[in-house]
Design a protein around this ligand. Structure first.
Ligand code: ADP
Length: 494
């Protein structure tokens, strides 16, 4: 099957979170299953820098051409690279004024305005035009999150204008329901959709436009990144205001747990860590632990539990719960390393803890790929107190690295970690807690801490986690089913 992925992020070129990881790895697994796969993304400054650091540059796939958005013409280029060590093509839509932003992929424009609707409209229009010029005709357009939402909308609602879509089905994946692409209704004309779409309220969200809502209404099949999250988003508490739409389309909605990229997150081959190890020979983990403690300036001889955490410092991730619980955990002898960046208040809280407990709490503010690998490999346990979590990848990386995850029982965390109940160390892979409170979190960490000193049980749990098959192969098979269904519901074969 010919499948084109459209996304704002793709690892390793430009990524802020799990979206980038998924788009950088699912296509490889699909290609291994014999599909003809491509990835389309904006040529962000990060991607240009990624190439420059390697003294490389993607090739020009097409001569520059003009794309019109709301009557304004933009000259775009299309460059073509490959996923590293792979043959999956990545097409970059290049337009420096809109995609080269110093402050990041989702940065506002120079005047501080949010011109995301305009930017991603250009991205989708240029992508579709380039596909036509290159003679690429995907059978499935797979749009990730709200940014490429216009693609499925054009497919569903302007087919009578553009026969190109007659043989194209669409799949939309929700990686995070909190980011919906909300814009003023005045911006509707920029999208270039028929007026009936507006009259029908298909994008209407409390008086604003929600691009994600439009994509969900238009998609042939909707997927999200774990089965539990697929249920949660159909409830008023978990649906971010879109539960009605999702419930109405529940027959088209499926939850597929993400896999992890074993070429990148694998302690047997990871170049970022000081020793390689595996479930059968975990001895190298001690060296990784030693190295981590050295890097963060902790006493290396102290055998007490070291707790790691990596992630975006936003309300969703529940870092505030960890920071509130930290003094008590430290008092009990636990040391904590956190790598993250995001909301200034959370960054401040984390720095303050470090100032108060310099030998027991290390706050690394920033984005650091290599350190994230070292924390996954070197910590004893990994904590993820998320308020909600569509899938979560870092707990799966922890499993692979024998770093026991302690997670809140929500979304993909509930689906990917088997909690220890006091007896099930033959199968448990980590720890679960329910209450999104500092107390609930601390109680579970202390339960884990207790078990940490029962080395045989702890090691069984570590090993159970390392043996979990979180590869993309399984998930790719489920996506294949979703693509087939998307074509079926459209009355198309494959
Ligand atoms: P989300 O997509 O909500 O951010 P996930 O757990 O699915 O959460 O994915 C997060 C990804 O981003 C992981 O690969 C994680 O290692 C990475 N990451 C997040 N914050 C940082 C950081 N500060 N430094 C390095 N990597 C980070």
């Amino acid at each position: 099957m010919r499948i084109s992925h459209l996304s704002a992020e793709c690892s390793p070129f430009a990524k802020t979170g799990g979206l980038g990881d998924v788009v950088g790895s699912l296509p490889k697994a699909l290609e291994r299953r014999g599909h003809d796969v491509s990835i389309w993304m904006p040529f962000h400054l990060e991607a240009a820098q990624w190439y420059r650091r390697r003294l490389q540059w993607p090739i020009e796939a097409l001569p520059p051409f003009e794309v019109s958005v709301f009557g304004r013409s933009h000259r775009v280029g299309v460059l073509k690279g490959l996923l590293p060590n792979n043959t999956v093509p990545v097409y970059f839509v290049a337009h420096d004024p809109l995609f080269h932003r110093q402050a990041g992929i989702y940065a506002r424009n120079d005047q501080g305005g949010d011109d995301g609707l305009w930017r991603f409209t250009l991205f989708v229009r240029a992508t579709l035009e380039a596909m036509k010029r290159l003679g690429l005709h995907p059978q499935v357009l797979h749009a990730h999150d709200w940014h490429p939402a216009l693609a499925p909308m054009l497919g569903a609602w302007s087919g009578w204008r553009d026969r190109w879509f007659d043989d194209v089905a669409s799949v939309v994946t929700i990686h995070n329901i909190q980011y919906q692409g909300i814009y003023s209704p005045d911006e509707f004309p920029i999208l270039g959709l028929p007026d009936d779409v507006k009259k029908g309220g298909l994008l209407d969200f409390k008086g604003s436009l929600s691009l994600l809502k439009g994509a969900l209404e238009a998609a042939d099949i909707i997927t999200t990144v774990s089965p539990t999250f697929a249920s949660e988003i159909q409830t008023p508490e978990g649906g971010g205001g879109l539960h009605g739409v999702l419930k109405g389309r529940s027959g088209r909605l499926v939850g597929i747990l993400n896999g992890i990229d074993h070429e990148v997150w694998n302690p047997e081959i990871d170049p970022h860590i000081s020793a390689r190890f595996s479930a059968d020979d975990p001895s190298g983990k001690a060296e990784c632990r030693h190295e981590l403690l050295k890097i963060v300036g902790f006493e290396t001889g102290d055998p007490g539990m070291v707790l790691g955490a990596v992630g975006r410092l936003v309300d969703q991730k529940g870092f505030d719960l960890l920071f509130e619980a930290a003094p008590e955990l430290i008092r009990r002898g636990i040391r904590i390393v956190v790598l993250g960046s995001g909301e200034p208040a959370l960054e401040g809280a984390m720095r303050l803890l470090e100032a108060h407990h310099p030998s027991r709490f290390r706050a690394v503010v920033g984005y650091d790929d290599v350190l994230s690998h070292r924390i996954e490999a070197g910590a004893d346990a990994f904590v993820m107190p998320s308020r909600f979590e569509p899938c979560g990848l870092t707990q799966m990386y922890s499993l692979a690295y024998g770093t026991v995850p302690i997670v809140r029982r929500t979304g993909g965390l509930a689906d990917s970690v088997i909690g220890y109940d006091g007896y099930n160390d033959a199968v448990a892979t980590g720890f679960h807690f329910d209450s999104p409170s500092p107390h609930g979190l601390a109680a579970e960490i202390l339960r884990a801490h207790h078990l940490f000193y029962r080395r045989d049980a702890w090691q069984r749990i570590m090993r159970n986690g390392m043996l979990v098959d979180n590869s993309w192969e399984h998930a790719a098979g489920l996506y294949e089913d979703a693509y087939k269904r998307a074509r079926e519901v459209r009355g198309l074969g494959w």
